[in-house]
Ligand binder design. Sequence first.
Ligand code: SF4
Length: 379
Amino acid sequence: MGVVTKIESADHTFQPWYGCHPVVDDGEVSPGCAVCFAEGWAKRSGLVKWGAQQPRRLSSEAHWRQPLAWDRLAAREGRMHVVLNTLCDIFDDRADPAWRARWWALVKVTPNLLWTPLTKRPENIPGMLPPDWGDGYPNVMLMVTCEDQKRANLRIPRLFEAPARWYGCYYEPAAGPIDFRRIKIGEADGRLDALTGAWIADDMNEERRCPRLSWIVAGGATGPRADPAHPAWFRQVCNDVCEVRGRDGPPWFHLKQWGEWKPTSGVDVYCHGPDHNAREFPNVQGIAWLGDGRVCLRDFSITEHARRIRNRQAFNTRAIDVDEQALEDFHAACADPNRIADNPLGFQWMYRVGSKVAGRLLDGRTWDEFPAAARRPTP
Ligand code: SF4
């Protein structure tokens, strides 16, 4: 856990200013912006209004002084401290350029901090770098947020257009699978392996070297509008990262949180049959999900189910939403004990238990990797 922040992937959070507005790609609001944690915070705090036309709010002088103290602490500890922005986008073109210049100046005088400016606007980065940036400051890892393959295809190539010593990606809130080894760049005939930095043409006659991602931080969504993140998505990224990296080198993988929804064993899914009380978490909403991406049912909590029965609703079903074909496939698999054991459909039962209970174990293990220079001592 962070020294100051509770965010697992950082030691500190620093907001040079507050405020932002949603990113729209091809007419569609980015999935992360649709459930923006920072916007929810802004509404609750009343400190700033969200929106393109709303003014950003500069942070207090006391907050601006904090990184100097963190830098001294990091120097004493002999490791870099990771600093993350969570309530603004550093490369937001509606923010005052003078504030960004001040932020760059602060970054420069804090060499023991690993700054991880996080953005969904990588196309803005090249025009917003400081004049002496060169091939990058050694204490800056440019990071982009990608929620699914579409955003990864859009944003990772743009991220790599900005020179930097380090690049990283927040795969959070995950809204679909991402194959980081097959990033499609526009209409180009080929794919980018963002974990190794190889760009491979479809005819295999050409391979170019590109930048690569050094750190992937994954996580599910939080808040009332959060959807679950399928464990298979994170498992695949984790496996790919482990496959390509050297013994102690990048890329590193960090599973920050499941968010609102906790996965449980696929085999658990229908062992309880129609007995609602046999669920691991009967008092929360559940979702049964096939590995091919189909949701076969969304289930009421037992309390909500009882309420509906009292109100003469939903006698015959306890499901909120059903995909009949997916459910049929699901039942067919469940009818055969051998198939359940093999979990051929990769089905997954998830419960809406809240982020504290959901935790961050992936297949029984915590994935807590950090860039080498920022690694915490083993307790
Ligand atoms: S870019 Fe980030 S801070 Fe801005 S609206 Fe989207 S999710 Fe929120």
